[in-house]
Design a protein around this ligand. Structure first.
Ligand code: GCU
Length: 328
């Protein structure tokens, strides 16, 4: 009797151990690094994506998000992803151009007519879709895009014409297109990581920067730069990426769940972005006293026209830029 009882107990413990090890083995945690604050709309949209992945996989895949460059800046995170030491990161087309030239297609100034044109290009399988896949075999793949608005110059003075940029040191992202654009407009480009920019502006290492208005409030750049000049030179998407090593560890069902949640979050982000940017602009004006300056864009458009011509003739980005132009 005693032996039988012990046997049952043993079998039960064995069963429990098996179930436990099965459930722990099935659970995958993916670390996602990015350089924005956790109140930033892109962080919120990625959290929504992570929640949906958890729900679609019955808790088997957990995406843990590390904001504010806690795991390194964008370039460092990309390098970790390529080697498989980090699972996921959010970067953007500008920074990614140094890793895969195809992303440069999005960095041509004054390429997009408006938000509709931009979304058409991102959602086109032959443009946005192909570019996300273009890094297959290079250690990472793109999952989706997040709207990061249009980028304009901000400084301690208004920048109304390219002549106002003359002699200024302008912080740019480490991307060949950003460097070329700022040079053609007449200023000196200084590549810096986003996280170093506040101090650089404050200490006069650079005179100006360029970004969407959330940088004024969420990165506090509006404390030092009181004029945001709306020349809207580029519309550069943020991009969600996953290491190929981490991707291959997921089952096909889990991969589908990640793809589905990523695509869904891109579309819910569209409205969230518009709503939150309007709020941040209001805060920048009211709490930081930033002045938003209207700009005649034509002289800026003319200054960078050679970039569009050069892009059309480029063997890698030319075909994308032609397709984007045709979607106007
Ligand atoms: C955008 C983007 C950031 C990026 C930054 C930059 O704000 O969301 O991820 O780093 O531009 O200018 O570096």
């Amino acid at each position: 009797m005693l032996i039988k009882k012990n046997l049952i107990a043993l079998t039960l413990t064995g069963l429990m151990a098996t179930t436990m090890s099965l459930s722990t083995a099935a659970k995958t945690t993916l670390k996602l690094s990015h350089n924005n604050d956790k109140t930033h709309p892109v962080h919120i949209s990625m959290q929504n994506m992570a929640d949906e992945v958890k729900q679609l996989t019955n808790g088997e895949v957990i995406i843990r998000i590390y904001p504010n460059s806690q795991l390194g800046n964008q370039r460092e995170s990309m390098e970790l992803i390529q080697s498989g030491s980090l699972d996921m990161a959010k970067s953007n087309a500008s920074e990614l151009e140094a890793f895969e030239p195809s992303y440069g297609a999005f960095n041509v100034p004054y390429l997009f007519k408006d938000a509709d044109h931009y979304y058409k290009a991102l959602l086109d399988p032959e443009v946005g879709g192909k570019i996300l896949d273009s890094t297959k075999g290079k250690g990472f793949i793109g999952l989706t895009y997040y709207d990061a608005g249009s980028r304009s110059f901000y400084a301690a003075k208004p920048i109304k014409t390219p002549a106002d940029l003359k002699g200024l040191k302008v912080r740019v992202q480490p991307s060949p297109s950003a460097l070329e654009m700022v040079k053609l407009m007449g200023a000196s480009p200084t590549p810096l990581a986003f996280g170093e920019l506040y101090t650089a502006l404050q200490q006069g290492v650079v005179d100006a920067a360029e970004n969407n208005p959330t940088a004024l409030t969420l990165m506090r750049h509006g404390e030092v730069s009181k004029f945001f000049s709306e020349d809207e030179h580029t519309i550069i998407p943020d991009v969600l990426l996953i290491s190929e090593k981490s991707w291959e560890k997921l089952t096909p069902e889990q991969q589908n769940a990640v793809k589905k949640a990523a695509a869904h979050s891109m579309m819910t982000h569209k409205d969230l972005w518009a709503k939150m940017v309007a709020e941040e602009v209001k805060k920048a004006k009211e709490t930081l006293g930033v002045e938003f300056v209207k700009v005649d864009k034509q002289p800026f458009v003319d200054a960078v026209k050679p970039m569009h011509d050069k892009a059309l003739a480029d063997p890698v980005i030319g075909p994308y830029v032609q397709k984007i132009d045709a979607l106007r």
